[in-house]
Design a protein around this ligand. Structure first.
Ligand SMILES: [Zn+2]
Length: 467
């Protein structure tokens, strides 16, 4: 029986011993010291997050602030002691929000709180003034084979459920991404959706939508949840509604952005990479604090702690641990795609991304070769004192890391954060530094440091995962 088969046959609860994993006592000693050091550090991750929110602010891909974020990241990754700090250029097609307003006539006039969806075209100069047709959700619009939407403004009242794991977002977000094309296919002149969010604030949530080259490009907006409630109440009364929309956006701006990389160099297996990432860009609302300055601070601080302990103990990781701060996650994954194109021939032992705010991690899930799933038990043992439970091998390593995992069959790790309140803030003007609780950060940093160290030292290859 091969060692891999032997391990796969061990039950998950009875964790295989370190020897079965091929990890040395020194590897475990390092892990325990790393956990202690990361937990004791209450400042580094927060300092990075505070810096990015304060010194750069909102940084949509291709904007002047995006370029400033790239410069900021290079400076900071060097300052915290990481090696091989560099950028890889990423060409992006940027989109820029312009002024916009929307008024509901039912028939009295009610100005709405709204935001253009990312990539939306503007309206003609005279605006769009059209009868509003109501759909309770995207499925209802997709099921409509009539001419009801023709010449009208489609409203999708898709509601999002609150959950710790954020699964409500996955169930609701296609109303935003695909709703505009579905509405245009039915002859609609514009589309508005209920914001994809879980708050009751009078703030709209932006986010990306996509056009289909074969279908007319219609203006697309999200209205705040209380405004969507108002539309739903008028609909329930059978009140005819009209919406007047004026909006100026600019699409197709060619610009250059960059992924920012930094490393803890490996020894022995140095040409193999353990990638821990976050995304450097944000939407133009708020400060991009939870999304994703938090992740930038967490993974950068995790790598810095490994570097620091490696230097003081004289023990370097076997594989290279690489921090990647991705360009343009929000509006097209250009950074992830560019990274994959450049490094597809480099063996990646593990990829993971912190991009779910600053809540505590409650679970670890892997996406590794089925016969290596049992090996994750060692990492789970290290994480257990942090209040993190062991999950299955169906993990989602995050947006950019997920793109890379699927394209290259690189193994993935998911450190599931508590996202109960994340979608109250996500993609709104409320995504500001005050929403970060500094007390939840050290646990995140410790968990990412342990995951990276574990993957760097494991003698076996973790891949390829089953998708
Ligand atoms: Zn994000």
């Amino acid at each position: 029986m091969k060692r891999r088969e032997l391990m796969a046959s061990l039950p998950l609860l009875a964790a295989p011993g370190l020897r079965a994993q091929g990890l040395s006592a020194a590897d475990e000693q390092f892990a325990l010291r790393l956990r202690e050091a990361a937990l004791a550090d209450t400042t580094l991750a927060y300092q990075l997050i505070e810096g990015l929110c304060t010194e750069v602010g909102p940084r949509p891909a291709g904007s002047a602030n995006d370029a400033r974020a790239v410069a900021w990241a290079q400076r900071e990754l060097k300052r915290i002691g990481l090696a091989n700090v560099r950028t890889d250029e990423v060409p992006v097609t940027a989109w820029q929000r312009g002024p916009a307003s929307a008024t509901l006539f039912a028939p009295h006039a009610q100005p709405l709180v709204m935001l253009a969806l990312g990539n939306s075209v503007g309206t003609p100069d005279v605006g769009v003034d059209a009868e509003l047709v109501y759909y309770p959700d995207l499925a209802a619009l997709r099921a409509d084979t009539t001419e009801r939407a023709k010449g009208k403004l489609v409203f999708i009242d898709q509601k999002m459920e609150r959950s710790r794991d954020g699964s409500g977002y996955g169930r609701a977000v296609m109303a935003r991404i695909a709703g505009p094309v579905e509405a245009a296919r039915r002859g609609a002149v514009a589309i508005a959706i209920r914001s994809i969010g879980t708050d009751r604030d009078r703030l709209a949530h932006t986010g990306a939508m996509r056009y289909d080259p074969a279908v007319a490009r219609i203006p697309a907006i999200a209205v705040s949840v209380p405004d969507a409630d108002l539309i739903a109440r008028h609909h329930a009364r059978g009140t005819p509604m009209r919406l007047k929309l004026e909006m100026r956006n600019t699409s197709g701006i060619r610009a250059m952005s960059a992924n920012v990389l930094a490393e803890v160099p490996g020894t022995g297996l140095a040409d193999e990479v353990v990638m821990i990432g976050a995304h450097l860009d944000s939407w133009d609302q708020g400060q991009g604090a939870l999304d994703d300055a938090a992740g930038v601070g967490i993974v950068s601080a995790a790598a810095a702690h490994i570097m620091k302990l490696a230097k003081s103990s004289g023990v370097q990781p076997k594989r290279t641990i690489r921090v990647v701060l991705f360009a343009n996650e929000e509006n097209g994954f250009d950074g992830a795609n560019a990274y994959g194109a450049k490094y597809k021939a480099v063996k990646h032992q593990l990829v993971g991304e912190s991009d779910f705010g600053a809540g505590k991690i409650w679970r670890v899930r892997s996406r590794v070769a089925p016969d290596m799933a049992a090996s994750v038990a060692t990492l789970a043992q290290w994480l257990q004192p942090l209040g993190i439970e062991a999950g299955n091998n169906m993990g989602n390593p995050g947006p950019d890391a997920g793109v890379l995992m699927r394209a290259n069959l690189w193994p993935g790790i998911e450190l599931s954060q508590d996202g109960t309140n994340y979608f109250d803030i996500h993609h709104t003007d409320n995504d500001t530094l005050d929403k970060i609780d500094p007390a939840t950060l050290p646990q995140n940093v410790a968990a990412w440091a342990l995951a990276a160290w574990w993957a760097a030292q494991l003698p076996q290859s973790l891949g390829p995962p089953t998708l």
